[in-house]
Design a protein around this ligand. Structure first.
Ligand code: ADP
Length: 606
């Protein structure tokens, strides 16, 4: 076998192998149009190599002309495929220029087939026999075809098109691809000129176009191979990152899911399978998923999803219950991100979900505890206040009784002293109103309900609280000193709850002064401004003060040092003060006794 046969067959073999590989790629992924275009050009390059081998061995001018004619078809196919490959692969290049080159190459085929013998020669007179690489080759002698200039033009345009596309692609950040493809065309043209020059000097018997087109095919093949290599790397990285994500999701008990809105298909990871309980790896739609949701939450979940999509919102967050395979109820919180298409139509929602059953249980338990605490506290306050209220009521009721007896006596006189009786009746009325006010205050204190904010004058608040315990103070021989400057602003607060705070603090002070060793039983309640926005109410007493080591525990529920105490008073005070946006603190006075300060916000315009 001669060198000519070996070299040309190898060129064809390389082209065919590359074509087959890329054809396979395209068959597996129909979106890989660049690979399909490459296959076309590589097959054409292989055919061209074989045609060139045949033309060099042609025996007659007619045979030479006929083979050359078909070589133009192969060359046109390669050029057209290269143009569209470049356009597609670089994502750049002028389309009109691509169409112009395509049109020109197809146009050349008309005179190629209509005129004799082909687009290169107008006439082939004879074939010269030249010896080359151990073989005798045919070299045509004849007149050139003027249509040939169209082929040259198309090659120049191809050169311009590729360089222009490469420059544009560089700006888009595809520098390497631009360089390889942008350089291969000029190289092919330089190669073509060199081979023609060598032929003109009688060194080569022909232009050997196979190698010119082979350069183009190899440039494209190089690019596609680099792509394949990158795809492999990306696949590896993707596998790693998926594994990392799976581990992280599993560790955090995080469900990952995706709902393909268009196909109505839900995918979710293993963690989510556990949550849903019955997915078992099979693909399901939204309706199937909703079947697993608690009937009470089903409509709400579906409405939330549909509304989010209808309003074209991006983020979705929803809490709902699911019924697991074992019929257990589980609370789920799901966050999702909705992706929309060009016409703002929802395409898919991707998201994560977390099982929050434990948290929900804790919340319910905490709420139950709070309710219990409030009930206990209310009962406790009731117990403490009932004796104070009994004292309070004793006084007006006694006065009413005494007045009624006196009135009776005046009526028995002859004539009855009606003026006295009238005065007595007015007194009875006043006492009755006082008794009613005591009962009303007690009821208010025990009533439940939300905070009802109003602007309250500090003096009024303090006096009302003090009035509730006035009888108790008298009985225990305790002096209550109240000091409230006249120009203080009003407080923003709930009257009943703040009264409860002051009553609790006063009751604690009462207990304290009773146990104190000093003979003096003094409680002071004073108010003052604390900056622009706050007002301070301070309750001080002459009792033994707090245990310095336990100051931090004072406001904790159930901290008590009293044999019959339950340790909820200060804790409740703090809850109420916090709800007002205020602060409560306790300290010992420098010499003796306790000091509790409550800071409360000033009412707007107060
Ligand atoms: P209780 O009065 O049921 O013990 P509190 O929460 O009202 O519950 O008070 C907790 C503890 O704080 C009391 O047991 C007491 O030791 C201490 N304490 C509260 N007020 C004073 C005070 N004015 N003087 C001294 N100790 C006090």
């Amino acid at each position: 076998m001669s060198w000519i046969t070996v070299i040309w067959s190898m060129a064809a073999g390389v082209s065919l192998t590359l074509a087959a590989v890329n054809l396979l790629v395209w068959l597996r992924d129909r979106d890989a149009v660049a690979n399909a275009l490459f296959s076309v050009s590589a097959v054409a390059a292989a055919v061209l190599a074989m045609q060139e081998l045949a033309v060099m061995r042609a025996q007659t001018p007619a045979e030479f002309g006929a083979i050359l004619r078909w070589m133009h078809v192969s060359a046109a196919m390669i050029v057209i495929a290269v143009v569209w490959f470049t356009h597609l692969y670089l994502g750049a290049g002028r389309r009109w220029l691509a169409w112009l080159i395509t049109g020109l190459r197809l146009l050349v085929l008309i005179p190629n087939f209509v005129l004799y013998p082909n687009a290169t020669f107008a006439e082939i007179h004879a074939l010269n026999r030249v010896s080359f690489l151990g073989e005798t080759l045919s070299v045509p002698m004849g007149e050139m075809n003027p249509w040939r200039s169209l082929i040259h033009l198309s090659m120049v345009l191809l050169c311009i098109f590729v360089v222009d596309a490469a420059l544009a692609a560089r700006k888009l950040g595809r520098g390497r691809q631009a360089l390889v493809l942008g350089a291969s065309i000029p190289i092919a043209i330089v190669l073509s000129a060199t081979l023609s020059g060598l032929m003109a000097h009688g060194i080569l018997p022909g232009p050997f176009v196979t190698f010119v087109f082979l350069v183009l095919v190899l440039a494209m093949a190089f690019e596609l191979s680099v792509d394949l290599l990158r795809a492999r790397q990306v696949t590896g990285e993707l596998r790693d990152s998926r594994e990392r994500m799976r581990l992280a999701a599993q560790a955090a008990d995080l469900g990952l899911w995706e709902w393909d809105v268009v196909r109505d298909e839900i995918w979710s990871n293993d963690v989510d399978h556990t949550i849903a309980g019955v997915f078992g790896g099979k693909r399901i739609g939204l309706a199937d998923y909703l079947e697993l949701v608690h009937p009470d939450d089903r409509d709400r979940l579906e409405t939330t999803i549909r509304r989010t999509m209808a309003q074209a919102r991006e983020l979705l967050q929803v809490e709902y219950r699911m019924i697991g395979a074992d019929s257990t109820e589980r609370w789920i919180v799901a966050w999702g991100k909705v992706e929309y298409g060009e016409r703002r139509q929802p395409l898919r929602i991707r998201g994560v979900s977390v099982d929050i059953t434990a948290r929900k249980q804790l919340e319910t338990e905490a709420q139950q505890h709070r309710n219990q605490l409030t009930r206990v506290q209310r009962g406790f306050v009731l117990g403490q206040l009932s004796s104070a209220v009994a004292h309070e009521l004793n006084q007006p009721l006694g006065a009413i009784l005494r007045n009624a007896e006196a009135g009776e006596a005046f009526l028995r006189q002859d004539p009855p002293d009606l003026g006295e009786v009238r005065e007595i009746l007015a007194d009875i009325q006043k006492d009755d109103q006082r008794a009613a006010a005591v009962i009303q205050r007690m009821r208010s204190l025990l009533q439940q309900g939300e905070l009802r904010f109003e602007a309250i004058a500090p003096l009024e608040l303090i006096q009302q609280a003090a009035a509730l315990l006035a009888a108790e103070m008298r009985t225990q021989h305790v002096t209550l000193g109240i000091a409230v400057p006249a120009d203080l602003p009003k407080i923003r607060g709930d009257r009943i709850h703040l009264q409860q705070v002051l009553v609790n603090l006063l009751l604690n002070s009462l207990d304290a002064v009773k146990t104190g060793n000093s003979g003096q039983r003094q409680i002071d309640l004073h108010a003052a401004r604390a900056g622009e926005a706050m007002l301070s109410l301070v309750v001080e007493d002459s009792g033994p003060g707090f245990d310095p080591a336990r100051l931090v525990d004072l406001f904790e529920p159930f901290y008590t040092t009293k044999p019959d105490g339950i340790g909820l008073g200060l804790s409740l005070c703090r809850t109420i003060v916090d709800a007002h946006g205020g602060r409560i603190s306790a300290a010992n006075r420098p010499r003796e006794g306790a000091r509790v300060e409550v800071l409360l916000p000033v009412a707007a315009g107060g």
